[in-house]
Ligand binder design. Structure first.
Ligand SMILES: *Cc1c(COP(=O)(O)O)cnc(C)c1O
Length: 375
């Protein structure tokens, strides 16, 4: 079945007692244990509401198994800690999500885990391999410059070398990109973004083979980080509209990318869907659509960035992304504020760069708002 259908129907638990069309919410944290093998418990990641939403995501990401977490970072940190320990080496992209970056730089050394940060390029990953490399952590497209990595190349290399690959698929969503079909071992998501889709819940996923899920599950039992039934149910409801939301958001982003590219007050637009964008050709081979995240630089000779953002009337300056409403942020002041100015300059995150998470509003209304603020 197609993604739209899977979003609506897969995983739903049909309660024979009421025959309601939606999975009921089971609030119990305690379940009877007599005459059964496995007893549900929230921190065992196996309650009915956790399981229905995991089933839905397994269908969308083509994975055998998965775990639902209380945040994206809980999913990422639990997966990494389950697979890498003292004496192991981990390769990570240098423009990974800030929280993942901080997890490596802040915690790995104390745990005896070696690590290398490399640029978003398959060859750079190959070159960073050491004898003790166990895990590679990647993202594509990246935040906020939307760099595209050749996922198949990295997956093929890692398979041959016996290295486990983890990809953060938050930006692309399972609607546009299915890394497991390209040979990646583990997909993680911040469900706080597109999966939740309404900027009102925090959650995360690990999706992988049954064997790797069992290993990650035992680490998850120790670290906790499970999600409650109420939020799991809200998430299940949200994912029903994931495909139509993401498709509409992507259509809007494609229009806005072209509009901004042609605008006299704009220096540069980063969007994988633009034919002359450096990652466009690879993106075409691994994404079904180019997504709804883009970034752009205003021309500082015409526009003061700090005034521009205050003049927007519809698009709100706020952190996070992936919701139905369009949000804009300045990475230099938000996600990358802890990076030194010199380091930001090196990686291309200028003070005139803005990241736009395009929502489901009318594209013309969004363009009009950007245009009046730029003027
Ligand atoms: C937000 C985000 C995360 C972290 O997710 P939380 O739900 O905030 O813990 C990880 N990766 C990416 C790409 C994100 O955008």
């Amino acid at each position: 079945m197609k993604k739209e259908t899977l979003c609506v129907h897969s995983g739903t638990y049909h309660d024979p007692a009421t025959r309601g069309v939606n999975s009921p919410i089971y609030t119990s944290s305690s379940y009877e244990y007599l005459d059964r093998q496995e007893c549900p418990y929230p921190r065992y990641f196996n309650t009915p509401n956790q399981e229905v939403v995991v089933k839905k995501m397994c269908a969308l990401e083509h994975s055998d198994a998965g775990l639902l977490f209380s945040s994206g970072m809980a999913a990422i940190s639990t997966a990494v800690l389950a697979l890498a320990g003292a004496g192991d080496h981990v390769i990570l992209l240098d423009d990974l999500y800030g929280g993942t970056h901080a997890f490596a730089t802040g915690e790995f050394q104390r745990l005896g885990i070696e690590y290398s940060f490399v640029e978003t390029d398959a060859t750079a990953i190959f070159k960073a391999q050491k004898k003790n490399t166990r895990v590679i952590v990647i993202e594509s497209p990246t935040n906020p410059l939307l760099k595209v990595l050749d996922i198949r190349k990295v997956a093929d290399f890692a398979r041959k070398e016996g290295i486990v690959t983890i990809i953060d698929n938050t930006f692309a969503t399972p609607i546009h990109q299915n890394p497991i079909l390209m040979g990646i071992d583990i997909v993680v998501h911040s469900g706080t973004k597109y999966l939740g889709g309404h900027s009102d819940i925090c959650c995360g996923f690990v999706l992988t083979s049954s064997e790797k899920a069992a290993r990650i599950r035992s680490m998850a039992h120790c670290l906790g980080g499970s999600l409650n039934a109420m939020t799991a149910s809200l998430l299940e409801r949200s994912i029903k509209t994931l495909a139509i939301r993401v498709k509409r958001q992507t259509e809007n982003a494609e229009k806005i990318a072209v509009f901004l590219k042609d605008h006299p007050a704009i220096e540069k637009v980063n969007y994988p869907g633009l034919p002359d964008f450096h990652g466009h050709e690879i993106a075409k081979t691994q994404m079904a659509g180019f997504g709804a995240m883009l970034s752009f630089e205003v021309d500082v000779k015409r526009v003061r960035p700090e005034i521009f953002v205050r003049r927007l009337a519809l698009i709100r300056p706020a952190v996070s992304l992936g919701g139905v409403e369009s949000l804009i942020c300045s990475p230099a002041l938000t996600s990358h504020v802890k990076m030194s100015a010199a380091e930001r300059k090196r990686v291309g995150i200028t003070d005139s760069l803005f990241r736009l998470s395009v929502g489901i509003e009318d594209a013309q209304d969004l363009e009009d708002d950007l245009d009046q603020a730029l003027r």
